[in-house]
Design a protein around this ligand. Sequence first.
Ligand code: NAG
Length: 186
Amino acid sequence: MYSYKGLIIVTVVLVHLVTLIKGAVYSTDDKWILADRTQDLPDEAVLGGFDSDGYINYVGRVYYVNNVLPARVVPELGRATFNTDEANFATITYEVLVSNATVSYQWIRSFDGFREKNAVSVGTNVANERVFVCRIRCAGGVFIGTLYPSKRRCIVKYDNLQLYESDKYEILVRQRQVAPFMPFAL
Ligand SMILES: *[C@@H]1O[C@H](CO)[C@@H](O)[C@H](O)[C@H]1NC(C)=O
């Protein structure tokens, strides 16, 4: 009954199940720093926009029920808000995207879920689709939103405001630079 072949099949099925249960994965292309209200925002945090209350929003990400989603980090409140294509949430633990001497980030205009080169992905969603960071002007601010390429829209749901979505938006892209020349100091 416990044949070698049977064991292999059971193992394969288990591995499959574990992968399914594990769900979303974080993207490892960029550097994200875990933060909360007990820490200062990292110096190199990437600017995203501002909300209708006038707070500056930095680019963050959050793991939420098998989804990794872009987040709007407000350091003054020690809080981040984020949304799926349907609902919005808030959290007090989040990761913040940081740049460094060789990698910086830029917002460029894009549309229709177009795959821009070097677009920043936060990770995957429950459907195993990569999720990207977009932003749109709406509700008296510039809001970081969620871009699922298959939906072809930047989606923002904030507070108890209506859901905003647009097929024209800005997308966050990574830019690698050659490190500045450092003269040999000795
Ligand atoms: C900057 O960040 C990138 C992406 O995480 C990393 O590959 C690179 O080594 C970093 N560069 C420096 C100078 O720390």
